[in-house]
Design a protein around this ligand. Structure first.
Ligand SMILES: NC(=O)c1ccc[n+]([C@@H]2O[C@H](COP(=O)([O-])OP(=O)(O)OC[C@H]3O[C@@H](n4cnc5c(N)ncnc54)[C@H](O)[C@@H]3O)[C@@H](O)[C@H]2O)c1
Ligand SMILES: O=C(O)[C@H](O)COP(=O)(O)O
Length: 525
């Protein structure tokens, strides 16, 4: 039974779903990195929010880990390249908390417009400072949206409901989508010059880090109010403090900080500054949503191989997974076969699907071919890191599909290119389930690729099979299955034998010594 650790505070629905789906679960929060390192080895899955930092060091100790599930959106607390290199799938729940976070941005916009926190503190201190607090209306004001994705578009919708004009800067926003959202697509400089309120909704990347730098803050309209419910690091906090102190910035509300938890900051106590402790996603509804989603996604993956919302692997629905499973087994065997039979460096692998196979999601099939192929060179490869490893090794990967059926109703062909040219192997599924090799380097040969096998290329001549059988018998090797193919009578022939024991160097030497043998190799699947 797969075992998952929930290491951050999560709605109890997550644990309930894991258990219902046959996944053992421990809920242990608040562990230090060293404590997590010591315990992570026993888990197949790790369910987190933003507190647990899934670093390279933690992953190095995660000997059984297959999946990290983020109950939320941002995955900046997960070292995704390190997880991919280790073959660990990283998934998030991209929509479960978007409405809640958008509402928090709108709440902070109101808080700034009407100085609600300061007015509340003053009133509860018994001051009744009715003349101290003069707000601004939102109606007709311009809201500058930096980042118009899931959350940004909900914010835009709510702001339009408040009769605000919305201008948006997002390099990936298409003009059509801008029209659909009812926003005006502008450049960043235009947004800075025109916005009365600015709200940030981008991930933190090399391009967005300090997008509100001192220089850009200086380009804003005097009195601008700024909201950040996305990620700390998008705003230069020192420049923000200077802007608030000088009065150029009329107000700022931060839910996120460069350093979290933000227990101290020069911004604290600054007039017109409002802050919340990364509460963007903290509503009952959002937490139930993300807990359910993450548990369902992780359980799907651990129990049936379905992949949803993975950031480092192609998606594979729970419905697709059973259909693709036999194809992935076939693809892995074919990849392994070409890997074991190839001697020179391979610079290109092409995965060609025909008939029924061509109608399926190709990415998992290709990843399985690469995993099978690279598995002959390294032990630590799987479907997640195989495409990455292939790229690192300079192997070009091609996918070709033709839905027209050939000799078989479904076929996967794997071709590899070396300095000596291109060679291919092909396989099909018998009864839609059983992987079967049907062609090996241009020779038709049907074989189950299982266990230990002996591969022999010989000159097709009478008596050869008898001599080979005798040689194996004398070596005490029992033959399980025997598959034969040849280019033409009297030409090159191929023999694939499954044997009960691994093929030893001694056995190979005996086989190679037989007259007519061109090559002999041991294979294992
Ligand atoms: N405060 C919280 O608790 C909380 C909760 C949920 C999400 N978030 C954060 O909110 C942010 C937005 O989440 P989302 O779900 O809307 O993400 P999203 O991926 O749907 O949208 C992000 C948008 O940013 C745009 N973008 C990327 N680079 C840009 C750039 N250089 N300039 C301008 N725009 C750029 C993208 O094109 C995309 O449209 C993320 O950082 C996420 O982690 C915070
Ligand atoms: O990216 C997110 O989903 C938010 O930052 C929420 O973070 P949290 O799960 O720690 O509240």
């Amino acid at each position: 039974m797969p075992k998952v650790l929930i290491s951050d505070k999560m709605d109890p629905q997550a644990a309930k779903i894991f258990r219902e789906r046959g996944v053992e679960v421990d809920e242990i929060t608040g562990k230090t990195p060293d404590e997590l390192k010591a315990m992570i080895g026993q888990y197949d899955g790790l369910a987190i929010r933003s507190s647990t930092k899934v670093t390279k060091e933690i992953l190095e100790h995660a000997t059984n880990l297959k999946v990290v599930g983020r109950a939320g959106i941002g995955v900046d607390n997960v070292d995704i390249p390190a997880a991919s290199a280790k073959g660990v799938v990283v998934m998030n729940t991209p929509f479960g908390n978007s409405i809640t976070t958008a509402e928090h941005a709108i709440a902070l916009m109101f808080a700034l417009a009407r100085q609600l926190p300061e007015a509340d503190a003053s009133t509860q201190a018994g001051k009744w400072e009715k003349n101290r607090f003069m707000g601004v209306e939102l109606t007709s004001k311009t809201l500058g949206l930096i980042g118009a994705g899931n959350i940004g578009s909900i914010v835009a919708d709510r702001a339009r409901g408040l009769k605000m004009k919305v201008v948006a800067f997002d390099p990936f926003l298409t003009p059509e989508r801008a029209v659909e959202m009812g926003v005006e697509k502008v450049t960043l400089d235009e947004l800075l010059a025109r916005a009365d309120f600015i709200t940030l909704h981008t991930p933190l990347t090399d391009q967005t880090r300090n997008i509100l730098s001192a220089e850009n803050l200086a380009k804003t309209k005097k009195g601008v109010r700024i909201i950040n419910c996305a990620r700390g690091g998008l705003i230069d906090e020192a420049a923000l403090k200077a802007g608030l102190d000088s009065g150029h910035i009329g107000g700022a509300a931060l839910d996120v900080f460069v350093t979290e938890p933000a227990k101290e900051s020069p911004l604290f106590g600054t007039p017109n500054f409002v802050s919340t402790p990364h509460l963007g996603a903290s509503t009952t509804e959002a937490q139930v949503n993300v807990a359910i989603q993450v548990a369902e996604q992780m359980a799907d993956f651990l129990v049936s191989g379905g992949v949803t919302n993975a950031l480092n692997m192609p998606s594979l629905s729970a419905e697709e997974a059973p259909k693709l499973k036999p194809y992935m087994a076939l693809a892995e065997k074919l990849g392994s076969l070409v890997g074991q039979l190839s001697t020179g460096a391979i610079d290109r692998i092409s995965v060609h699907t025909e008939g029924a196979a061509a109608e399926l999601n190709q990415k998992p099939i290709t990843s399985a071919v690469l995993a099978g192929f690279l598995g002959t060179q390294t032990a630590t490869v799987n479907m997640v890191n195989a495409p990455l490893l292939a790229r690192d090794r300079g192997v070009e990967v091609r996918e070709i599909r033709s839905e027209r059926e050939g000799d078989y109703h479904t076929l996967v062909r794997v071709s590899v290119r070396t300095a000596d040219g291109e060679r291919s192997v092909a396989g099909t599924l018998f009864g839609d389930q059983a992987p079967r090799l049907v062609e090996l380097f241009g020779i038709k040969v049907e074989a189950d690729l299982v266990g230990s096998m002996l591969y022999v290329v010989n000159e097709d001549a009478p008596g050869f099979i008898g001599r080979l059988g005798t040689a194996l018998g004398e070596a005490g090797v029992n033959i399980g299955t025997f598959h034969l193919g040849r280019r033409q009578a009297g030409g090159e022939a191929v023999l694939l034998l499954s044997v009960d024991e691994p093929v030893t160097a001694e056995l190979l030497a005996r086989v190679k010594a037989l007259p007519g043998v061109r090559t002999a190799m041991g294979l294992s699947f």
